[in-house]
Design a protein around this ligand. Structure first.
Ligand code: ADP
Ligand code: MG
Length: 312
């Protein structure tokens, strides 16, 4: 296993889902975003021991979507590629998290945000089959005029959205630096939006893609030698028969049992499925446990009393 720890600490890696950073309904003013981030920061500081070596990752779907809308609305300024926009959202969300966490718990070592790149394989089959919808919705006529690939992904007047590839993350470029910051005592916000996707092409080069944040969070947690990976979202558990009258929350679950539920397609594609896969990869790579739950259940989940807790 690729263990980059520099001093034997075992950081806790916590991935923050979209709803932990935004209220439930858009269009999400800066104030709405700030109050959602503050609520999540309070859950983290109330729950975690001040000495916890904490690495925070996060999603960016709505934020990068808004930036894409802004691009289209401002014809007089040059259009920026997706990798640059992902980097912008890392700063935007990281800034709010830094401020909220430092205000909740003033300490000598600051919370730091790191613009994070993640290497993907230029030959990943995902590049031939873009699946991830991003940005605004278009009519069929509007979609036909776009310089990028679009696909009808819903019903109604404007069913079309841009679709981009979602390749597997291979390596977090800044993993060693993240480990060093953690060893110094900094809480690190990184790998936002799954990281800025880059290929190794002589040097590093940004690509038009979106990497799944749950997958990147697993890759990073494994590289850091973390014991526990936590994926915080808006449901307290992964469920079987989700949405049915007889839905059943998964508590402590072995990887073998969870894999059976995964194979039975119990988990939503693009929502719960990548989380479950990330948990399975994490314990398969030697991690002790992976947790799926909500921010308010984090403490109970770490105590083994709430949430879905995946063990080898
Ligand atoms: P995040 O922004 O935290 O990644 P997602 O929307 O991607 O959030 O994933 C969480 C969502 O997964 C839940 O709100 C729920 O609607 C959906 N979901 C799909 N299948 C399941 C399942 N089997 N158990 C629990 N949630 C599920
Ligand atoms: Mg998600």
């Amino acid at each position: 296993m690729n263990d980059t720890r520099s001093d034997g600490t075992d950081p806790l890696v916590v991935a923050l889902g979209g709803n932990t950073l935004l209220g439930q309904h858009g269009p999400w003013t800066a104030d709405e975003q700030r109050s959602a981030v503050e609520r999540t920061a309070r859950h983290l500081t109330d729950t975690l021991d001040p000495g916890t070596d904490l690495v925070l990752t996060h999603g960016n779907g709505p934020q990068v979507g808004n930036l894409l809308v802004q691009q289209e609305a401002a014809a007089e300024t040059p259009q920026l590629p997706l990798d640059v926009l992902v980097a912008e959202t890392q700063a935007q969300i990281g800034y709010m998290l830094q401020q909220a966490l430092d205000n909740e718990r003033p300490t000598e070592t600051e919370v730091m945000t790191l613009v994070t790149q993640v290497v993907v394989d230029g030959d990943d089959p995902a590049f031939a089959r873009p699946t991830k919808p991003v940005g605004p919705f278009y009519t069929e006529t509007e979609a036909a005029e776009k310089p990028f690939e679009t696909r009808a992904v819903s019903d109604g007047e404007r069913p079309y959205r841009r679709v981009v590839p979602s390749p597997d993350p291979v390596e977090v470029v800044e993993a060693d630096e993240i480990a060093e910051l953690v060893a110094r005592g900094n809480t690190v916000v990184c790998a936002g939006g799954g990281g800025v996707p880059v290929v190794r092409d002589g040097g590093l080069r940004g690509v038009e893609a979106v990497v799944d944040k749950d997958r990147t969070s697993q890759l990073l947690a494994t590289a850091l030698g973390a014991d526990t990976l936590v994926l915080l979202t808006d449901v307290a558990h992964a469920y079987v028969n989700y949405g049915e009258a007889d839905q059943r929350p998964l508590g402590r679950v072995t990887a073998a049992d969870l894999r059976k539920h995964l194979d039975a397609e119990e988990f939503g594609e693009g929502s719960m499925q990548p989380k479950v896969e990330a948990c399975l990869r994490f314990v398969a790579a030697g991690g002790e446990r992976a947790i799926i739950t909500t921010p308010d259940q984090l403490g109970d989940a770490l105590a083994g009393e709430a949430g879905t807790r995946v063990v080898a």
